[in-house]
Design a protein around this ligand. Structure first.
Ligand code: ADP
Ligand code: MG
Length: 236
């Protein structure tokens, strides 16, 4: 089967300058994201994983290098183009959920749905993540795992081509974390979204189609998984 490249990152460098100090968070890093794949990016804390993910998601721009998404060159894009890209093409899932506290689960998802032209039905998505009985709860009334499910629903309702997840299980217990990974794998398989998961937990690599390993701002290895395992069978 021919593989379509959804995004191409070409020799990305990202420098953060604070006073006299410059930190090279990414050093000439290149990566192609294949449409429909489940990609896991592994590396220790500080290796540049979040920086890379934020650049993929149009939340940050590289200091040097190209970010190509179809015909769009995101590394040269203005604010308006980047905002449109983030809004319509990308779903984000964060470690600490980032829900709006004074909106219910349903309202958090409705707000995201209102930003795009062809959202999925809000209640259908909330059911899909198992929250049919929690729709009218506020985030503070939900467990961590439930809040993460709301945040996945909020991302998925937009039908994003790219679902970017930064340490999505980092704040969850073992069983809940595996449930969330199962949900992300299901969305990848059944909805066809390309899913990128960033984590320091090497076990999670087992569920990926491809695993990218980072160290000190560089990709040191990319491996293909011929038979990814289901998240229920991963142990850490
Ligand atoms: P990871 O997600 O793998 O833990 P990050 O991408 O967050 O790594 O960070 C990579 C490096 O860049 C670290 O040294 C970090 O301190 C630095 N860094 C990340 N974001 C910023 C920022 N906004 N300002 C300054 N330094 C940053
Ligand atoms: Mg990080």
């Amino acid at each position: 089967m021919a593989k379509n490249i959804l995004m191409k990152l070409d020799r990305i460098t990202k420098n953060y300058t604070m006073g006299e100090i410059t930190i090279e968070a990414l050093k000439e890093t290149s990566l192609e994201i294949v449409e429909g794949e489940l990609l896991v990016i592994l590396g220790p804390s500080g290796s540049g994983k979040s920086t890379l993910l934020n650049i993929m998601g149009g939340m940050d721009l590289p200091t040097r290098g190209l970010v190509l998404y179809g015909k769009q060159n995101l590394s040269e894009a203005g604010d308006e183009q980047l905002t449109r890209y983030r809004r319509t093409d990308v779903g984000f899932v964060f470690q600490f959920y980032n829900l709006i506290p004074d909106l219910t689960a349903r309202e958090n998802v409705e707000l995201a749905a209102s930003l795009v032209d062809n959202p999925l039905p809000v209640e259908e998505v909330l059911r899909e993540v198992g929250l049919e009985n929690r729709m009218n709860h506020f985030p503070s009334q939900l467990s961590g795992g439930e809040q993460q499910r709301v945040s996945i629903a909020r991302a998925v309702v937009k039908q994003p081509r790219l679902l970017l997840c930064d340490e999505p299980t980092g704040a969850l217990d073992y069983v809940t974390g595996k449930m969330i990974l199962g949900l992300l794998a299901k969305i990848n398989r059944e909805r066809g979204s390309t899913v990128v998961i960033v984590t320091h937990n090497t076990a999670i690599g087992g569920m990926a189609d491809r695993v990218v390993r980072m160290r000190s701002g560089k990709i040191i290895e990319i491996t293909e998984n011929r038979s990814p395992v289901s998240p229920e069978r991963i142990e850490w």
